[in-house]
Design a protein. Sequence first.
Length: 106
Amino acid sequence: MTAPEPAFSESWHAQVFAVTVHLNETGRLDWSDWATAFGATLKRHGLDRSLNGGDDYFIAWLETLEDILAALGIAEAEELSRLKEAWAQAYLSTPHGAPVRLAHPS
C-alpha cells in the first residue's frame, strides 16, 4: 500500500493555511472577505491559470494574509517586513541541516 500524498508540498504552505483558518475560526477574519482579497491578489499576480497549490499560489496567499493583518491592525506592515528579513538572515546564516533559529529581532 502506498502512502497518500501530503496535502501540502511544503510545511510553510500548511502553516500559512492553518493560520488563516484559525483567524477565521476565531472570528478575526471573515472567509468571504478573505476569498475576495485573495482573488484580487491572484489576479494582480496574473495567476489566472490552473494552480496546483505550489509556491506561487502560497506566496500570493501569504501576501494576502499579510495585507489583511495590516488592514485589521493585527500586525503592522513594517513589523512584518522586519520579521521576514530576520527570518531570511537566520536562514541564510544557518549551516545546511541545522535548525533555523530566529534571533530576537530588534
